[in-house]
Design a protein around this ligand. Structure first.
Ligand SMILES: *Cc1c(COP(=O)(O)O)cnc(C)c1O
Length: 466
């Protein structure tokens, strides 16, 4: 073996040990459950981690990244979307029908569920403008940046209402925005959202794409005049390159997927809308009617923002679980390691190779993980093959077309009710006896703009596996 490689492997063994030692267990020995989980993780086998630090009752504000956020911040993000709605309806023809509101339907999907309770989809694969969940966080951060500039330059006043925001489409506003660049590093979907939103407002936009990013996503951006910088490295490398380049330019705003609170709060606003949808659908969330939400997770910003919103709005009886590919379980590793550590999937001998391009992230967002410390119920992992099988099941049962990343949540109910770690947890939490009246909500996070031939290949792969 090449000596260099051997050294790297030695080093990574040392890091593995450190990650395990950092796990919250008394006297630093692994419990039998943690040891079994570590084995499955290392073998890239599907597994479930349950959060021992979850709290049912929450303080009004949650600490994150040296500050704290609460329901007011989520409401402020929702109010920002509302202020921008008339402008968005003018900039995006596809938003005319909803008067500028970017939201997704809540769809029943009982045909997909064999266990107890009911299954629903939160259909972010239909979100207009970006075609994925990134229409929430990405759009919010671009709007917040545009709003800050417009206020500073007197294009709108502090008391401006939604109709006043139409001034941001004026030549003067566009000239201001054109002097600024919005940049981002992404595996694809965030770049698509930021690039489309920023260029529509008149910003110059630069998207740093990682290795996994699909050609059609780059092409879609180039067609809108967005500068696409291709990187040979993974997601982390693309983000680092974008961050470094933007730091050189005072007129550049970098949307930092690994650190941004604006992204997180943009995602969290989904909770307020979902609360109304649940009410309209007659779905109760209380001790007798638990709600389980399954969210595909990459760096963790989107699912953490939504979980943050849901826990504040719906209380202790909503249980959120993050779903990750078996080769990219960065959030699970981060939650196991706890604060102070920052493990990478490579340290665990995993490859970060997955067809779920939106989830191909080697290391979690630290603010997202910090925020999830007391809010999240657990994380689980999924094989790529399962994603394709589930993508086909979704098509056959509902006619909905989702991308592979968006299928990650479907294994959630079976993970809880059918695994050796899930069953005791359900019993211990007093949930087992309420499963017949439970709601399972799978967040389908992307798919609208997948080209038909690409989608057809996903379907063929899924059918071949079924
Ligand atoms: C980005 C993305 C996610 C996860 O969001 P993170 O903030 O990276 O955790 C899930 N599904 C799809 C389709 C995505 O594009």
């Amino acid at each position: 073996m090449n000596r260099h490689l051997a050294l790297i492997q030695q080093a990574s063994k040392a890091i593995n040990l450190k990650a395990i030692m950092a796990m919250p267990s008394e006297n630093h020995t692994l419990s039998a459950t943690d040891a079994a989980l570590a084995t499955l993780l290392r073998r890239a086998e599907p597994c479930l981690w349950l959060n021992p630090r979850r709290q049912a009752v929450l303080p009004r504000a949650q600490p994150v990244a040296g500050s704290s956020i609460g329901l007011d911040d989520t409401r402020a993000a929702a109010a920002r979307f509302a202020r921008f709605a008339p402008l968005l309806a003018r900039l995006f023809p596809e938003l005319q029908a909803t008067a500028g509101v970017i939201e997704s339907p809540l769809l029943p999907a009982s045909g997909l569920h064999v266990g107890q309770g009911r299954l629903w989809l939160k259909a972010d694969h239909l979100l207009p403008v970006a075609g994925s969940i990134k229409a929430r966080g990405g759009m919010h951060e671009v709007l917040e940046f545009a709003e800050r500039l417009a206020l500073r330059h007197g294009l709108i006043g502090a008391q401006a209402g939604p109709d006043d925001y139409l001034a941001l489409a004026s030549p003067a506003a566009r000239a201001l925005f054109a002097r600024h660049t919005v940049a981002v590093g992404s595996t694809g979907n965030l770049g698509l959202s930021i690039g489309v939103a920023a260029s529509a407002l008149g910003f110059s936009a630069v998207v740093h794409m990682s290795l996994e990013a699909k050609e059609w996503k780059k092409e879609r951006l180039r067609q809108r005049g967005v500068q696409v910088v291709e990187h040979a490295g993974d997601y982390e490398a693309a983000v680092a390159a974008g961050r470094a380049q933007a730091a050189q330019d005072p007129f550049s705003h970098f949307v930092d997927d690994e650190r941004s609170l604006s992204l997180l709060l943009g995602y969290s606003a989904a909770a307020l809308h979902l609360q109304g949808q649940l009410r309209d659908a007659g779905i109760a969330v209380d001790a007798e009617h638990p709600l389980f939400v399954y969210l595909p997770c990459g760096v963790g910003g989107a699912p953490a923002g939504i979980t943050f919103g849901l826990r504040q709005v719906l209380g202790p009886h909503v249980h959120c679980f993050f779903a990750e590919p078996v080769q990219s379980p960065c959030f699970m590793l981060q939650m196991m390691a706890g604060q102070g550590a920052h493990p990478s999937v490579y340290d665990w001998g995993l490859s970060n190779q997955t067809e779920a391009d939106g989830l191909a992230v080697p290391r979690a967002s630290l603010p997202a993980a910090e925020l999830m410390e007391s809010l999240l119920s657990g994380c689980f992992t999924v094989h790529d093959d399962t994603l394709f099988r589930q993508l086909v099941q979704v098509l056959d049962a509902t006619g909905e077309r989702i991308e592979p990343s968006a299928a990650a949540g479907f294994g959630g109910p079976a993970m809880l009710t059918g695994s050796d770690s899930g069953r005791p947890w359900l019993a211990e939490q007093g949930l087992q006896q309420h499963l017949a009246r439970a709601t399972h909500l799978v967040w389908t996070t992307g798919g609208l703009f997948v080209p038909p031939d690409e989608y057809e290949r996903f379907v063929q792969r899924g059918r071949a596996l079924s």
